[in-house]
Design a protein around this ligand. Structure first.
Ligand code: SF4
Ligand code: SF4
Length: 97
């Protein structure tokens, strides 16, 4: 399973994700993101684009190994976290993937 650290920053930056156009509050924040508790309120029913493991199986497994796919996703997580000054404890350790 992808080692998501549950920082929540991806759910607050969805404006470029076409599959989530209807979810965007207009400021890039998903309408299903609970900012107080830092979590998705429809987690069990979230769309496929929000499911990294399913996206790998359905769309990317002929292009990347799972490890490569995880690393590329984790790099984006860490860049977003840096950009938004998220606590360093949330960084994904790419060496451990
Ligand atoms: S940005 Fe990455 S680590 Fe943070 S919640 Fe999203 S998938 Fe998880
Ligand atoms: S549906 Fe849930 S997991 Fe997907 S962007 Fe919105 S809050 Fe995040």
């Amino acid at each position: 399973m992808f080692p998501c650290s549950s920082c929540g920053i991806c759910c607050q930056n969805i404006s470029t994700i076409k599959e989530l156009k209807e979810y965007d509050l207009g400021n890039g924040i998903c309408k299903y993101f609970d900012r107080i508790n830092n979590k998705c309120i429809i987690y069990e029913n979230r769309p496929q684009v929000c499911r990294i493991d399913e996206m790998f199986e359905e769309e990317y497994n002929s292009f990347f190994s799972k490890k490569e796919f995880y690393i590329e996703n984790a790099k984006v997580c860490n860049i977003l976290q840096e950009q938004y000054k998220i606590d360093k404890n949330y960084r994904i350790n790419i060496e451990e993937i």
